[in-house]
Ligand binder design. Structure first.
Ligand SMILES: [Zn+2]
Length: 116
């Protein structure tokens, strides 16, 4: 009896279509991370304004804390979305950006990025 847990379902896609899907998913993940970074920068700027100019104003300190918490929330959503959608369109394996060969899927060897 074959081991069914090892079987993978491969979806038949054209090469250009695979690359276009991965670029689109990568763009979504990147922009959510950028939004998180912008909130962190605004929170840091507000914190330094509070430290440098208006130390007595506790509302400014609270506002920078709230902006930091929003930034961390968006960052954790970005991480979860990346785990959910940044996957190989052919075999659905997670595409690790840090792997040595990030032009190809490590499971099905489909080319997922255009070579530069
Ligand atoms: Zn794959």
């Amino acid at each position: 009896m074959p081991d069914e847990s090892k079987q993978i379902t491969l979806i038949d896609l054209q090469q250009e279509e695979i690359i276009r899907i991965v670029i689109w998913r990568s763009r979504i993940c990147r922009y959510i991370f950028v939004v998180s970074a912008v909130w962190m920068i605004v929170a840091a700027a507000l914190y330094f304004v509070w430290l440098g100019f208006d130390y007595q104003n506790t509302h400014l300190h609270s506002a920078s804390f709230v902006l930091q918490m929003v930034a961390y929330a968006i960052f954790s959503v970005a991480f979860a979305v990346q785990l959910a959608i940044y996957r190989c369109p052919v075999c659905d394996k997670f595409l690790n950006r840090l792997s040595a060969d990030n032009l190809h899927c490590t499971r099905c060897n489909a080319q997922v990025k255009a070579a530069r």
